[in-house]
Every structure is written in C-alpha cells, then in structure tokens.
Design a protein around this ligand. Structure first.
Ligand code: ADP
Length: 295
C-alpha cells in the first residue's frame, strides 16, 4: 500500500472570458471541486490500481464529510483530522480566456497538519510513503514530515517528496528545503521547481545536479514528458502521451500518482515514468485535479 501525507483543498475554479476589473461583476463559470496535491496524488494512485492507498490530511468541519466521501469514492482510505478552528484549505483559481491562471490561497486547516496527527499504525501495510503539497511550508508540517519519514525509514520504506510550489520554495529558501528532504529516496519537481532547487535552468542539467545529493530525481516537463536522474546522470527520458489539454491543474499530481502506482506494482523507473505520463495526459484532458471527472 501507499501512505500519502499531504493536503486536502477545496478548489474553486472560475473561468471568465472578460478581464477582471475592480467594481465590475465579471461573469464566470465556477466549479467547486475536491482537490489538494496530496489528495490528488492519492486519488490518481488508487485510480491506477495501487492497492491500499491511505491519505493523512487535515480539513475543517465545514467540508470534512464532502471531502471524505469524495476520497472514498475514488478508492482512497481517508484519515482526515478535523480541525475545530480552521476551515478546509481553499484555492481560488481565476482562469482567463487564454487559460492563464491566477491563484488565491487560504491554507486553513492544511497548515495545521502536524506531529500530533501522526500515528505509527498509519504505516501498517504500507510499502511507500509520499510527502506532498504544502507540508514543508509550515512548522507543524515540517515536524510531521520528519516524524513520518523517520518512521518509514525505520521500517525500510522508500520516501518520495513533491516540492509542490516554486513560490513557496522561494519563501522557505532553497537550502532549507534541500536540508529538510536530504534523506528522501525520490524527488519529483516540475521543471520550474527543479531549476529553482538546482540553480540550473536546463531540466536535464537540473535533474542531474539535484540527483548528486543522493535521491533519484524525476523532473516533469509538461508537454515534453519527463526525465529521471541518479547520481548525476540522466537514467530515463520519456515523451508525453498525446492529449488535448483542457486544464493543466493537477497534471503533476496525476503523474506522481501514476508513477507511484507503477513503482508499487514493481515497474522499473522508465516504465514508471511512462505510466506517470499517461496519467498526466489524462489529467490535462479534464477540468480539475482528480481522475474521472467530466471535461
Ligand atoms: P506540473 O503540473 O506539476 O507543473 P507538468 O506541467 O510538468 O507538471 O506536467 C506533469 C506531467 O503531465 C508531464 O510530465 C506530462 O507527462 C503530463 N502533461 C502535462 N502537460 C501535458 C500536455 N499538454 N500533453 C500531454 N501530457 C502533459
């Protein structure tokens, strides 16, 4: 099985044709969808056949039941801690006619997920730990990440990390982030995050450079697919699967879920990258970050 420790978010996606302006009521098509990088990875892994996918996350009482039901319907075992004071995290995505996205975030309960939420039994039956989303960008989350990774390592389980956001990485500081994830077995940045973390603009150079620190590094390249590096060398390159892109939200999460499901099934790294690309292509063809939603 797979344990994902990460975030549950309510995604509010507003698509508007006219430019936004103050004192103007801009018409939009608005969708309210269950999301969150951690939750999305878990859903995609389950969708791709990973057995025993469990998600540890923190939500508010406002939407705990809705999120729990969505996760169960996706085949994920939700372990949701319900925060008495904070609402579930909300991300408002304003998407204009050119598909450019402006994000507005309230981290809410997600930034209170911490070591008090940990339970050693969460690892029972688990073969892989994935640390996701905004876990590294608040104090309780960083502490939980350390506790969970330590427990996984004590059981000999591999640990993967998704850096989640170039903006948050800049805020935290790259050296600090790299210190926090120094023991991870697998790092999964997108091209922008890889450039930021390595200081190398070119993705292959960035992946190679980052992999010298010890982890296997997989960099996603949007419509150009993905590549992997180990100990300073590129070990795999996989093209993207063909897709008609409708909404690129969650492509990276789908990629990660597909890749982890394949790894758990025993696939080698190139095959797992290809599985990730197939899931990523499926994700960009639908609105929202979860599998199986209507486009
Ligand atoms: P993120 O969403 O984290 O920024 P990427 O944009 O790199 O990540 O996308 C993740 C993966 O999704 C890519 O490696 C690729 O496999 C797939 N993907 C993304 N965009 C497209 C696209 N336009 N066509 C096909 N596959 C895509």
């Amino acid at each position: 099985g797979l344990l994902v420790v990460g975030d549950v978010v309510t995604d509010v996606v507003a698509r508007h044709a006219e430019p936004l302006a103050p004192d103007t009521d801009t018409a939009a098509r608005i969708a309210v969808l269950p999301g969150g990088a951690g939750a999305n990875v878990a859903c995609w892994a389950a969708h791709r056949g990973a057995p025993g996918v469990r998600l540890l996350a923190r939500v508010g009482a406002d939407s705990a039941d809705w999120h729990r039901a969505a996760l169960v319907a996706a085949g994920v075992e939700p372990v949701l801690r319900v925060d008495a004071e904070q609402p579930t995290a909300v991300v408002i995505a304003l998407v204009d006619a050119a598909a450019e996205r402006t994000l507005v975030t309230d981290s809410g309960a997600a930034f209170r997920l911490g070591p008090a939420d940990w339970d050693e039994a969460l690892l029972d039956g688990v073969g892989h730990l994935h640390l996701s989303g905004y876990l590294f960008f608040c104090d309780p989350g960083r502490e939980l990440a350390a506790v969970a990774a330590g427990a996984a390592r004590a059981r000999g389980l591999p640990v993967s990390v998704d850096p989640a956001s170039a903006g948050f990485l800049r805020g935290l500081g790259v050296p600090r982030f790299l210190g926090l994830v120094a023991d991870a077995d697998l790092l999964l940045p997108n091209a922008a995050e890889a450039a930021l973390l390595s200081g190398a603009d070119e993705p292959a150079a960035a992946a190679a450079e980052l992999s010298r620190r010890g982890a296997t590094v997989v960099v996603t390249l949007g419509a150009a697919g993905a590549l992997a590096a180990d100990r300073g060398r590129i070990t795999a390159r996989v093209p993207a699967a063909a897709a008609t892109a409708v909404d690129t939200t969650g492509a990276g999460d789908a990629f990660t879920g597909g890749l982890l499901a394949a790894r758990l099934a025993g696939a080698d790294l190139p095959a797992a990258l290809a599985a990730g690309c197939r899931a990523g292509a499926e994700a960009v063809a639908v609105v929202g970050g979860r599998p199986g939603r209507p486009s």
